[in-house]
Design a protein around this ligand. Structure first.
Ligand code: EPZ
Length: 417
């Protein structure tokens, strides 16, 4: 099991290029199941979660290669099951549900079980499939989804669900008739999925709004697509500059998708400047405390909450961080406390008393974004921070220690037996 050793206190300097978005690539990879032929996806990041989805597609009968571009040949599907051992590795595996039901008219999807950050059920996904005409049978920890034919429907999500919206879009793309999804997720990754589906021949309007209309077509065809840049990775690097008092340039930043996060960072004293090389991000001498409440896009992204909490731990003043999306997304806080952070948690609210500084300590990563939060804290802390279980971070950040080292960070990965 690998760990990071970080010697903190070094302001980041230099330029970093933002990778393709994991949370766009995953549903788009699943969407290749909708059409036989060879699909070509560019700007797909090299991450563990991408490898897991590639394994899932191969399990179902696809041929997948990832050398530069990611190619998926989905000519023959010889299986309709998303098995527990893959789904428990990565919850986003449930994204194959919509495409399998659309292509094969049946799917057997393992229920994901619990996850570190919350229960994360898939009831809304199943409700959407039922609305489209599927019968659902829950048996032995699996959801059997059977639809002799898919018909267009009105689908309303009681709770905004990103992958639930994606599954509904993919199944509706080839349903008979028109589907309207209301209270749809507005995330940029949904827009990117809609762009890919449209290039396959789907008829979709309204992606990016809370009302998406999909007119079913008889058949889709393979397509090529370049995956949108990763707004969460970009936000993480912005906070890295802020927390180290650094001065960096980010290339390929989707700033249009980061307006809320950038506004909160500006309130804390971070400065942004568009330059010919990219977006320049400068951390202030002293950080002001800022309150944040997470919300579905275009609100403050829950996937940046842990990173922002680490930033507020070294600010001057008190900030209130409210997590509204997941019920257990504060697991980074006890670890930050080991580094001297003063944060009290009450349900979904964390009150952060900025200490102006942190001190290096041994800590443990618990989930993807919590591990990013601990890396950022280590970069800012005085002394040495050791982060255990960093396989979590490899799920969502490509070569993170190399790219941080290129910005002047003192970070190395060591293998521990
Ligand atoms: C997506 O997860 C992202 N993952 C998550 O990013 C992100 O945190 C989340 O959206 C919220 O933005 C991918 O896109 C692969 P949801 P998803 O369905 O779709 C509840 C990361 O760090 N819910 O929008 O699984 C759910 O429990 C990951 O990259 C139901 O109750 O999240 C949660 O409280 C972590 N029933 C809320 O809705 C359902 O059927 C939002 O979940 C579905 C969801």
């Amino acid at each position: 099991m690998d760990r990071f050793i970080i010697n903190g206190g070094r302001p980041l300097q230099g330029t970093v290029s933002i990778s393709g978005a994991k949370n766009a690539a995953l549903p788009i990879m699943a969407a290749t199941l909708l059409a036989p032929g060879t699909h070509r996806l560019n700007n797909v990041p090299a991450l563990r979660d991408i490898d897991t989805m590639a394994q899932m597609l191969e399990h179902l009968g696809c041929k997948v290669s990832h050398n530069g571009a990611l190619e998926v040949c989905a000519n023959h599907l010889n299986f309709d099951e998303a098995p527990y051992d893959l789904v428990k590795t990565m919850r986003a595996s449930v994204l194959v549900m919509g495409p399998l039901v659309a292509r094969l008219r049946h799917a057997r999807i393992s229920l994901p079980g619990g996850c570190a950050i919350g229960a994360r059920p898939i009831n809304l996904h199943l409700k959407a499939m039922e609305a489209l005409g599927a019968d659902i049978h829950l048996k032995d920890g699996y959801a059997e989804v059977i639809a002799s034919r898919l018909k267009g429907a009105d689908i309303h999500f009681d709770v905004v669900t990103v992958t639930g919206t994606a599954n509904a879009m993919m199944a509706a793309a080839v349903a008979d008739g028109t589907t309207t999804i209301t209270n749809a997720a507005r995330e940029p990754e949904i827009i990117d999925l809609a762009l890919f589906l449209s290039s396959m021949g789907a008829d979709i309007e309204g992606a990016g709004s809370d009302r998406i209309v999909i007119r079913g077509v008889p058949q889709l065809k393979p397509a090529e697509h370049t995956v949108v840049a990763d707004r969460i990775e970009a936000g993480t690097f912005m906070i890295a500059a802020a927390i180290t008092g650094g001065d960096i340039v980010l290339e390929n930043v989707p700033t249009e998708f980061l307006q809320t996060a950038m506004a909160r960072l500006e309130e804390s004293g971070v400065r942004f400047e568009s330059t010919s090389r990219g977006l320049r991000v400068t951390g202030p001498e002293a950080l002001a405390s800022v309150d944040v409440t997470t919300a579905p896009h275009p609100g403050f992204a829950t996937d940046l909450q842990a990173q922002f909490t680490a930033l507020m731990a070294i600010a001057e003043g008190t900030s209130v961080i409210t997590e509204t999306i997941f019920e257990n997304r504060f697991m980074h806080i006890p670890e930050l406390a080991r580094m001297g952070a003063d944060i009290s948690v009450d349900g979904g609210t964390a009150v952060v008393k900025g200490m102006g500084k942190l001190t290096g300590a041994p800590v443990m990563a618990t989930d993807l974004r919590a591990s990013a939060s601990l890396v950022l804290a280590g970069l800012a802390a005085e002394g040495t921070t050791e982060i255990d279980r960093i396989y979590h971070i490899d799920r969502g950040y490509e070569r993170i220690e190399e790219r941080l080292r290129a910005l002047g960070a003192d970070i190395e990965r060591v293998s521990v037996e």
